[in-house]
Ligand binder design. Structure first.
Ligand code: ZN
Length: 278
């Protein structure tokens, strides 16, 4: 399938295990590069735990990640904004409020992408606030699907967004960075929500629950979504159970550190409870 790449050999696989219904495979960078891209798989670089430990520099260029997906979210080198990849186009929503295209050479400390191919889609005709909205998604997605990629194209009557400022070494802890995050509200916008729902069992690796970023149709507005009200739109869902994680030895070790819900709530807002929780 990808003939110009390295063959995937066992030493490239650092860890291969099942966590509930999720199949997590941790790979070296060479292994990650060589891994074939299959439908309904997600590809991740870095971990939440790594970010919490101040790993903001990034090692993998965006181009290597884009080889595995055309859809996803994350952060950028030195936390310089919120990453959105939509239809293969990468954007950065900066703390200044500007949305920029992202160069393929930009290093990515944390992101998850997939080759988005939805199995389920439906329309929303009546306004839905965050809780109704996430409940409807939970109801439409088959049970025991640990990775859910979500694309919502529509008109939004309210968006509460955030982004963070670029950091410089020595990097402050993430809990400190988010205390200085920039938040703003959009009363009306048309565009796309891009993101994932992950299970709580991998809270040290990924954001548990729903994690969405927004980019407007004209690509001038965007950010990490704190809350949203959808006026009308179409929801498309691509679900699966395979997560391929690129992580070097140090980051793989730090990924095993436990995170508390309090810390995650502090970092990501108030909607990180695993799905099914209130
Ligand atoms: Zn985010």
């Amino acid at each position: 399938m990808i003939s110009d790449r390295l063959p995937l050999v066992p030493r490239d696989i650092l860890d291969d295990r099942l966590i509930g219904s999720l199949h997590l495979r941790t790979l070296t960078r060479d292994g990650f590069r060589a891994a074939p891209t299959h439908r309904h798989q997600a590809f991740q670089v870095g971990t939440i735990s790594g970010l919490l430990h101040g790993n903001y520099a990034g090692e993998m260029p965006l181009s290597e990640l884009l080889a595995h997906g055309n859809f996803g979210i994350g952060t950028l080198e030195e936390l310089d904004g919120e990453l959105i990849v939509l239809d293969g186009e990468p954007f950065a929503a900066r703390a200044s409020g500007v949305v920029d295209p992202v160069a393929p050479t930009t290093l990515i400390p944390f992101a998850v992408l997939c080759p988005f191919q939805p199995q389920v889609s439906w329309d929303i005709h009546t306004p839905a606030e965050w809780k109704e909205f996430t409940r409807a998604i939970d109801a439409h997605v088959p049970a025991q699907t640990p990775i859910v990629a979500l694309r919502i194209d529509g008109a939004f009557s309210h968006l509460h967004l955030r982004s963070v400022h670029r950091q410089h070494p020595p990097y402050p802890p993430l809990t400190e960075v988010v205390q200085h995050q920039v938040e703003w509200h959009l009363p009306q916008a048309t565009g796309t929500l891009v993101g994932f729902r992950f299970p709580g069992e991998i809270a040290d690796i990924e954001i548990p629950g729903f994690h969405l970023h927004f980019v407007s149709d004209d690509r001038t507005q965007g950010g990490h979504v704190i809350s949203v009200t959808c006026a009308h739109g179409r929801i498309s869902v691509d679900y699966g159970s395979d997560l391929l994680l690129e992580s070097d030895g140090a980051r793989a070790a730090s990924a095993l550190d436990a995170l508390t819900t309090d810390v995650l709530t502090q970092i990501e807002g108030d909607h990180t409870a695993p799905h099914g929780d209130a």
